[in-house]
Design a protein around this ligand. Structure first.
Ligand code: ADP
Ligand code: MG
Length: 363
C-alpha cells in the first residue's frame, strides 16, 4: 500500500469560528497557516480547547471555514465535500460501528462508493494486514482490546489510500503502557507507508516522540513550529517553554550582546549565552531543570537551600530557594555521588550553552 507518491499539505490563513445562538461567534482557529512536506509527520500540540480538533475537522471537510485556503499537492480542496478530499481521519473515540465486524467497519467507505466486492476484499485485507489484524476480521469491536480497536480505526483510514492522514488524539483512550507501545507502532507504520500525516495531541511527550515537526497551538493560533529538539531548546515564548516541559524562567539582565552571543547577569553571576537574539536590558533566562547542576555548598556557584524534594523513581526533583526565587533541578535518583536533604545548603551551576534567553515580558 506504500508505493504511492506522498503529497504536500499547505494551509493558508485559515479562520474558523462557531456561531452560538444569541451570542457573538467564538473564534476557534485563527489565522492558521501550516506547510507539511510530502511524507512528513507533523503534530499540533496544545492545551484542551486551543482549536486542534477544529483544525483537523476543517481540513477533513467536516466543518465549513470562514476564510483561508487548503491545498493538497498544490490543488485547493477547501470547497470539496469530505469524501472527495482523499483524507483519512482517525478519531479520538475511534467511532467504530459496534454491530459491524472488523472487516465491515474497514470496508464501510469502500461500500459507500459501491466498490466491486473483489476490490473490497483485497483492499480491506491489505489494510488489516498493515495494522496486523488480518486474523481478527470477523470479530466485533467489543471483542477487541483498546489497542486493537485503535488499529481498526487506523485500517479504516488507510483503506481509501488517502493522500493525508489526520489523527485526533488517537492514543488518549489507552492506558499508559499501551499508549507508548501503540505510539511507536504508529510511527513505524507511518514511516513505512510514507503518508503525509497531521496528528493532534495535548501530550508533549507523545508529540516529541512521534513528530518530524511540532506546531504548538495556543488559543486558536500556532505559536511556534519546529523540530521537537528545536522547540525544546529554543522555545519562542514562555508558554511554549512551559508546555513542552518543565522550565525555570529566571529574571536577569543582558549586559552586552555580540553577534550571536550575549552576556547576562542573574543571581549576581554572569553567563555567556550563545544563539541569543535579545537586546540589552531585562530578560528571562530559561533553564531546564535537568541542566541545573546541584553541588555541595563549598563548590563555586549560586548559593541556595533545598526547600523540597520529590522522589519519582527514575529521577528526583529538587526545589532550591535562591533569595526570593525557587529553582527546580532534577537528577537521576541512582548513581549520584552526593545526596541532598531538605534544608541542606547547596551550590547551583548552569552552563551558558544550555540557557535560552527570552525578552523580559514574554508570556
Ligand atoms: N461545535 C462547536 N460549537 C461551538 N463551539 C465549539 C464547537 N466545537 C468546539 N468549540 C469551541 O472551539 C474551541 C476549540 O475547540 P476544539 O477545536 O475542540 O479544541 P481542542 O481540540 O484543542 O481541545 C473551544 O473554545 C471550544 O469550546
Ligand atoms: Mg480535541
Amino acid at each position: 500500500m506504500s508505493n504511492r507518491t506522498a503529497k504536500s499539505l499547505r494551509v493558508q490563513s485559515l479562520n474558523k469560528s462557531y456561531g452560538i445562538k444569541g451570542g457573538p461567534r467564538i473564534p476557534a482557529v485563527i489565522d492558521f497557516s501550516l506547510d507539511v512536506a510530502p511524507g512528513e509527520f507533523v503534530t499540533l500540540l496544545g492545551p484542551s480547547g486551543c482549536g486542534k480538533t477544529t483544525a483537523l475537522r476543517v481540513l477533513a471537510g467536516l466543518e465549513d471555514i470562514d476564510s483561508g485556503e487548503v491545498l493538497l499537492d498544490g490543488r485547493s480542496i477547501a470547497r470539496l465535500p469530505p469524501h472527495r478530499r482523499r483524507i483519512g481521519m482517525v478519531f479520538q473515540n475511534y467511532a467504530l460501528f459496534p454491530h459491524m465486524s472488523v472487516f465491515e467497519n474497514v470496508a464501510y467507505s469502500l461500500r459507500l462508493r459501491r466498490a466491486a466486492e473483489v476490490d473490497v476484499k483485497r483492499d480491506v485485507g491489505d489494510a488489516l494486514d498493515v495494522v496486523g489484524l488480518a486474523d481478527f476480521s470477523n470479530r466485533l469491536p467489543g471483542q477487541l482490546s483498546g489497542g486493537q480497536q485503535q488499529r481498526v480505526a487506523v485500517a479504516r483510514a488507510l483503506v481509501m489510500k488517502p493522500d493525508l492522514l489526520l489523527f485526533d488524539e488517537p492514543l488518549s483512550n489507552l492506558d499508559a503502557k499501551l499508549r507508548v507501545q501503540v505510539r511507536s507502532e504508529l510511527r513505524r507504520l507511518q514511516r513505512a507507508l510514507g503518508t503525509t500525516s497531521l496528528f493532534v495531541t495535548h501530550d508533549q511527550e507523545e508529540a516529541m516522540s512521534l513528530s518530524d515537526r511540532i506546531a504548538v497551538m495556543r488559543a486558536g493560533r500556532v505559536e511556534q513550529i519546529g523540530a521537537p529538539s528545536e522547540i525544546y531548546a529554543r522555545p519562542a515564548t514562555l508558554f511554549v517553554a512551559g508546555f513542552i516541559g518543565k522550565v525555570n524562567a529566571l529574571p536577569g539582565t543582558v549586559v552586552s550582546t555580540n553577534g550571536g552571543r550575549a552576556t547576562a547577569e542573574c543571581f549576581g553571576h554572569r553567563f555567556d549565552i550563545s544563539g541569543a537574539a535579545v537586546t540589552r536590558g531585562d530578560a528571562l533566562l530559561l533553564v531546564r531543570p535537568e541542566t541545573v547542576l546541584l553541588q555541595p555548598p563549598e563548590r563555586t556557584g549560586i548559593a541556595g537551600i533545598v526547600s523540597e524534594i520529590e522522589y519519582l523513581g527514575d529521577r528526583t526533583e529538587y526545589r532550591v530557594r535562591v533569595g526570593e526565587t525557587t529553582v527546580a533541578a532534577v537528577r537521576p535518583s541512582l548513581g549520584q555521588e552526593a545526596s541532598f536533604t531538605e534544608g541542606a545548603r547547596v551550590s547551583l551551576a548552569f552552563a551558558g550553552d544550555s540557557i535560552h534567553l527570552l525578552p523580559a515580558g514574554s508570556v
